[in-house]
Design a protein around this ligand. Structure first.
Ligand code: S3P
Length: 751
């Protein structure tokens, strides 16, 4: 159980009840807090205090509180919790009154939108050991106001930020935290100063801009004309100028310093944009607009998803896969993830404009794209898989303003670390919960041997902090594991290192980096199992057509193989020989797979793949095929689970350090579905048979979630798959394509 679960449980199981809750200020926020907790029955009684008689009357009548008091002292004497929900500028006066009372052990908390001023006021009133105070800020509002709008559900799935200070002892903090969680809020703790900076930027500045824009236009004599033609943009942008002027007046005065700092930064950016317009600098404008547009879409999506993942079970994205079905049709799965990443990286470092088609608009590749935008590269799109990259040349990247967020993408982090080790500026690379557990020493160590200065988190995990301005030297490196990410990372560093950088692999791994470097006119030598580059050349912009991803196609290769009466064509799939292990393994198991219309597109072989139902049999998977099918094993385990006989995989320890420990997680899921599966240190043994229904978990790993969706085709009962949000990292339209070909999987509740 996490700390937060403990807090909720403690609060909810409080017997006897928690005593008296007093809410001072019965507006929307105070009223909703009172009403929600009263409905939960956590307190013996809920008492309201408000200067306005009508609010007091309504609060009782609407069941917001049990009763009201006009006398603050009577209300607060012996109270357990006192919530201060008065306007920010009234807070100091209220605290000054409270300090005169005997508050006993009562815990004070508040809901103000700026915290520094409240804490400063508390410091002026209290000495330190005479009060227990936990400042808080629920980020929830509504156009409505007043106690009549009080809503017990108002805080559900909204963030509440607590900013503990010297008056907040641990048990008081736990108590307030538990109360908000009991109301369904997602609670975070933050420093007072940090809270005020963040809110100044994300809430206070936009309100200030909306108010001034409307006022500035409305003041003009021609205002009528302006409002007559005001289109959606004006209306959308200025919606928040309809907010309560008195409240905002209070907020700007309360959070003065932080607002001024963000305003100054913004004014500089606005001036720069003004200069660009004046100078006719379209490149600069396009840079700002494309960065902003994608930042909004991309981070909006990722943050929304992370909120899901963080809030755990309550917000779990569940796929419900119903049993049976047969597969038919012709589909094209999204673009290859590995090639999409590399197209952005090399396109950015090239001279000239690179156009990409078939780009994967999944979150992983978008994380790479965003990182290069953050480093000053102008990138248009993606729009229907088309991306235009205005390359800056090998030495044209600029220092990003903050850490580069790689989301779930190990490929982004590992490949970028090679490039960034050679830049003149420092960078920090961060990732989500799954990426933050993955090993980075495999790149950090050899990069250090080349002269890079890189720090990792504990045990070689992210974040990576890379010091700029180092002179790298080429080297000959024998990789201890077969990893295309490590190979690519070092080759990219090699573009900047003195002399020759050569990487030897213990077994063949995907060679998209080598192929694409050549496509950009950069010489790469490949001799046996060694690939090498020398610095001193340049990349020249080119046109890239990204084939469909065989790793995404793999789910359907297995689907059509194991489902009865099935025939499916997967169009335009990349069949680079370093990636086709899944086809070879399925064929060894008896799969009926044919390649049609084979051709080469932009240096990569592609084909349409026809697959029909087949009676699969268990096999010993040849070890030399392991690196060539490394991402496809989760779904191959599903094929093994319905094959006749035993399938044995060895030499695949790398699967334990992917987006999840794919050996353990698949074994757990298969066993939960009644399959005989035995994990081994470097593989798995699966006895083929039948698959039952049940509950399984994706563990933040897209390929696990999709593999169990495919298992449903031969399951005897529905499979509920938890934690599926990360499917969007590599295969955003997985559910739509699955439904199109006949797989009965959908988001739970949306079938
Ligand atoms: C990738 C290489 C592989 C693969 C990953 C993508 C790449 O990782 O699992 O999904 O694009 O280079 P490793 O290099 O760690 O095997």
């Amino acid at each position: 159980m996490s700390d937060s679960d403990v807090a909720v449980t403690q609060v909810q199981s409080a017997t006897p009840k928690l005593g008296r809750l007093v809410v001072v200020g019965l507006g929307l926020i105070g009223g909703s807090f009172a009403k929600g907790l009263r409905e939960l029955g956590l307190f013996d009684e809920v008492v309201g205090v408000d200067l306005d008689a009508e609010s007091r009357r309504l609060a009782v009548e609407l069941g917001v509180v049990d009763r009201c008091e006009t006398d603050l002292e009577l209300a607060c004497k012996g109270a357990a919790v006192i919530q201060l929900a008065v306007p920010i500028l009234a807070m100091e006066k209220l605290l000054a009154e409270l300090v005169k009372l005997d508050l006993g052990g009562a815990v004070l908390t508040d809901v103000g939108s700026a915290k520094g001023n409240v804490v400063r006021a508390a410091r002026r009133c209290f000495t330190g050991n005479d009060v227990r105070f936990v400042p808080g800020h629920p980020i929830a509002g509504s156009e409505q106001s007043g106690v009549e709008a009080a809503n017990a559900q108002l805080f559900r799935r909204h963030k509440v930020i607590l900013t503990p200070c010297e008056f907040s002892d641990d048990s008081a903090l736990q108590l307030v935290d538990g109360l908000w969680r009991a109301l369904g809020a997602d609670v975070e703790h933050m420093d007072v100063e940090h809270h005020d900076e963040v809110l100044a930027a994300t809430s206070h500045l936009p309100h200030l801009l909306a108010f001034t824009l409307v006022d500035s236009l409305a003041k003009r004599s021609e205002n009528l004309e302006i409002f007559r033609y005001a289109a959606g943009g004006f209306r959308d942008f200025t919606r928040i100028a309809g907010s309560d002027p008195v409240m905002w007046h209070d907020i700007f005065l309360a959070n003065r310093e932080a607002v001024l700092r963000t305003l100054d930064v913004f004014r500089d950016d606005l001036d720069a944009l003004r200069d660009a317009v004046e100078a006719g600098d379209g490149h600069q404008l396009l840079g700002v607009f494309t960065r902003a547009r994608v930042a909004r879409e991309h981070f909006g999506k990722i943050l929304a998803r992370r909120a899901y993942v963080d809030a755990m079970h309550a917000n779990d994205l569940i796929f419900l896969a119903n049993p049976g079905g047969s597969i038919s049709g012709r589909i094209r799965v999204p673009g290859d993830k590995s090639i999409s990443h590399r197209s952005i990286m090399l396109g950015s470092l090239a001279e000239g404009v690179t156009r990409v088609e078939g780009f994967l608009e999944g979150e992983d590749a978008l994380a790479t794209l965003q990182a290069f935008r953050d480093m000053g590269v102008v990138i248009e799109g993606p729009h229907h898989g088309r991306v235009t990259i205005h390359g800056v040349g090998l030495n044209g990247l600029k220092a990003p303003a903050g850490p580069l967020y790689m989301g779930n993408s190990g490929t982004s982090m590992r490949l970028l670390s090679g490039l960034l080790a050679a830049q003149p500026f420092d960078t920090t690379l961060t990732g989500d919960a799954s990426l933050s557990k993955r090993p980075m020493n495999r790149v950090a160590k050899p990069l250090r041997e080349m002269g890079a200065v890189i720090e990792t988190g504990p045990e070689g995990r992210p974040p990576l902090t890379i010091k700029g301005g180092q002179r790298l030297t080429g080297m000959e490196y024998e990789m201890p594991m077969a990893s295309a990410q490590v190979k690519s990372c070092l080759l990219l560093a090699g573009l900047y290192a003195a002399g020759r950088t050569a990487v030897t692999e213990p077994a063949p791994t995907r060679d998209h980096t080598e192929r694409m470097l050549r496509g950009f006119g950069y010489p790469v030598e490949v001799s046996g199992s060694t690939a090498s580059v020398e610095s001193g050349h340049k990349l020249t912009a080119t046109h890239i057509e990204v084939p469909a991803d065989i790793s995404s196609a793999a789910f359907f290769l297995v689907a059509a193989s194991i489902a009865e009466n099935s025939e499916l064509v997967l169009e335009h799939v990349g069949i680079n020989p370093t990636r086709t292990g899944v086809i070879d393994i399925l064929k060894l198991m008896g799969g009926d797979i044919t390649l049609e219309n084979q051709r080469e597109v932009g240096g990569e072989p592609v084909a349409d793949i026809r697959v029909r139902s087949a009676k699969l049999k268990g096999i010993d998977i040849p070890e030399d095929l392991v690196p060539l099918a490394i991402d496809e094993f989760p779904v191959l385990f599903v094929a093994a689970a319905v094959a006749e006989g035993r399938t044995v995989l060895r030499g695949a320890a790398e699967l334990r350090v992917k987006e999840s420990d794919r050996i353990q997680v698949m074994a757990d899921g298969l066993i939960a579905l009644g399959v005989k599966a035995e994990p081994t240190p470097d593989g798995i043994i699966i006895e083929g048979g039948s698959i039952g229904g049940g509950e399984v978990w994706g563990h933040g790993d897209h390929r696990i979630a999709m593999s169990f969706s495919i298992a449903s085709l031969r399951a005897t009962a529905p499979i509920r798959i938890h934690d599926c949000a990360n499917v969007a990292t590599s295969f955003p339209n997985f559910l739509a394509l699955s439904a199109q070909v006949g797989i009965r999987v959908a988001e739970e509740g949306k079938a």
